[in-house]
Design a protein around this ligand. Structure first.
Ligand code: ATP
Ligand code: MG
Length: 131
């Protein structure tokens, strides 16, 4: 997912370009905006964390791009491509180093396991929206 900070700053195209150049294939994609309730469901695992309210407010504050991306070893390679959660700790050349402002507003989301990638893909896309 490309998060609201990055879409509002006009980074969508540059981020997608970096993902595609890194070898990811787009299987599904949409431009949409989450309600606070939808953002809360998407990040349900963080519901008890102190930053949950801030996270849900931020994630529903503007449009996002949701996508299903395909590649061998996709979860691990995508997390390497996006870099550390806190952009101050992200490696040079990573998407968060290039485009993120802070730990809260960190430009992109990546699934953390194959299992969650399936759940998150199903959250955004029907079978008719995947090619
Ligand atoms: P994401 O799930 O968005 O890809 P991540 O897996 O790198 O990020 P998580 O630990 O899953 O990190 O946290 C989810 C999101 O919650 C982070 O991307 C960030 O936007 C927000 N977040 C995490 N820790 C903090 C914090 N200490 N303060 C504010 N926001 C935070
Ligand atoms: Mg995460």
């Amino acid at each position: 997912m490309i998060k609201p900070d990055a879409t509002s700053k006009g980074y969508t195209g540059a981020i997608l370009d970096q993902m595609i150049k890194a070898g990811f294939t787009v299987k599904a994609m949409k431009w949409t905006k989450l309600t606070t309730e939808q953002a809360g469901l998407f990040y349900d695992i963080h519901r008890e964390r102190p930053f949950f309210g801030e996270l849900v407010e931020f994630m529903s504050s503007g449009p996002i791009v949701a996508a299903i991306l395909e590649k061998d070893n996709a979860v691990e390679d995508f997390r390497k491509l996006i870099g550390a959660t806190n952009p101050a700790q992200a490696e040079e050349g990573t998407i968060r180093k290039n485009f993120a402002a802070s730990i809260g507003e960190n430009a992109v989301h990546g699934s953390d396991s194959n299992e969650n990638a399936v759940i998150e893909g199903d959250f955004f896309f029907s079978k008719l929206e995947r090619f």
